[in-house]
Ligand binder design. Structure first.
Ligand SMILES: C[S@@+](CC[C@H](N)C(=O)[O-])C[C@H]1O[C@@H](n2cnc3c(N)ncnc32)[C@H](O)[C@@H]1O
Length: 398
């Protein structure tokens, strides 16, 4: 940065920063500032060109991601008014695509014009993550705006992600409205009911981004022996049983997730032909290799192996090993469903890994279906990393 001189509530961008703004990228990094503003973490600030012409407004952060853009243009926005407008618009977007869904992501950060906010709705309970100081400092007002836009019985702040420290935000789980539900909520997730623990469940309680995938692949379930790897609370395997699978083996390292999955089986009155293996999926797959187990359908939905660019090579190795082991367990004519939720791992990388795996396994595959993140997790065309969930359904040919 050429100068640390701070101008009141104005950041001056360099040419790269201005180009990012022109391309409607919602993040401006510290390295693209000619001058930093005189302001506190979380302040609403203007960003300008060298001549002082205002290009837009955003939330200031002392971290490397200095400005989260809220608006482009000269007029200073009213932050809470803008929040209300965008929450309404985000809800309308979901209403366009979803009818009668009980659980969905109401706000997906930048893609809804609200960087630093993720809000998942489970019935009337909102599970909220706030990762930008510019929102956190007004947390009570933010909760109030949510409540005014839609009827809610509770808002639970689930702030536990690792980057909060950089924003000066404490890690905490607390009710902002009503009370944290004492028992897991019974929520319709796709075609079945599932228990969602708003306080302790993974992410905001459940993996809403894969909620509708089982219904997309349901023709593969009837009569099938299914391996549901990285099963969490059994979402894929339970859907498979409901759609007529002959047997499901579910692999998951979290015992508490398996305990909820067992209850999910009961509340849906599903047949009990489900086996739970609590352990590391890589070890379980190696053991299945030696036992030569076979399935009609193998589902792999691992955690993100490369959230950032630096982990792409290790992610490639992890995905490839899983894909080879998965393919080796599939009967002729069966299918592999393989998902990646790694932001830095592109669709092309995943496709090339799956291709390498099929070559190494000596198993010919054809693509039956491509999977993408759902309507309530929209990606931004200006930010390729927001296009994070990808997957393929591969048919194994003899
Ligand atoms: C992306 S989530 C899967 C979501 C799940 N398919 C669903 O429909 O809700 C990844 C899951 O893998 C589990 N996990 C992470 N690493 C694991 C490992 N090495 N072996 C087994 N399970 C693992 C996590 O506890 C988490 O439940």
């Amino acid at each position: 940065m050429p100068s640390e001189k701070r101008l009141a509530r104005r950041a001056v961008l360099d040419e790269t920063g201005l180009e990012r703004v022109r391309m409607m990228h919602p993040w401006i990094f510290r390295g693209n500032l000619r001058q930093v503003p005189q302001c506190a973490q979380g302040d609403l600030i203007a960003f300008t060109d060298r001549a002082g012409s205002i290009k837009g407004w955003g939330l200031w952060s002392e971290s490397a991601l200095s400005i989260r853009v809220l608006t482009y243009g000269t007029k200073e926005p009213d932050q809470m008014g803008l929040l209300r407008e965008r929450l309404t618009s985000a809800l309308n977007w979901r209403k366009t695509w979803y009818q009668g869904e009980e659980a969905f992501r109401w706000v997906h950060g930048e893609a809804d014009g609200l960087p630093g906010i993720v809000a998942d709705l489970y019935g009337d309970v909102l599970s909220l993550q706030i990762s930008a100081a510019g929102w956190y400092r007004h947390i009570d007002k933010v909760a109030d705006v949510f409540r005014k836009v839609r009827k809610l019985s509770a808002i639970v702040l689930r702030n536990e992600t690792k980057h909060l420290e950089k924003e000066g935000i404490p890690k905490e789980v607390r009710a902002l409205l009503g009370e944290i539900p004492k028992e897991p909520l019974k929520i319709k997730m796709g075609s079945i009911y599932e228990l969602v623990d708003i306080e302790k469940g993974q992410k905001t309680g459940a993996y809403l981004d894969v909620k509708n995938i089982p219904d997309m692949i349901s023709p593969l379930f009837k009569g099938a022996r299914v391996l549901d790897c990285f099963s969490y609370q059994g979402h894929f395997g339970l859907h498979a049983l409901a759609a007529g699978a002959s047997e499901v083996v579910a692999v998951e390292q979290s015992q508490s997730a398996i305990e909820i999955a067992k209850k999910n089986l009961e509340i849906n009155g599903l047949p009990k032909n489900m086996e739970w293996i609590c352990g590391n999926a890589f070890d379980v797959m190696r053991k299945m290799d030696s036992d030569r187990e076979r399935f009609d359908l193998v589902i792999m939905d691992p955690p993100p192996f490369s959230p950032a660019k630096g982990q792409v090579d290790s992610a490639r190795r992890g995905y490839k090993e899983l894909a080879i082991r998965g393919l080796n367990r599939i009967k002729d004519g069966g299918h592999l469903v393989f998902l990646s939720c790694s932001h830095a791992f592109t669709r092309e990388m995943l496709l090339s890994v799956l291709n390498e795996a099929s070559v190494d396994a000596g198993i010919s595959c054809r693509i039956a279906l491509e999977i993408h993140q759902p309507f309530d997790h929209p990606a931004l065309s200006a930010v390729p990393e927001t296009d994070y969930l990808k997957g393929f359904v591969m048919g194994v040919q003899s």
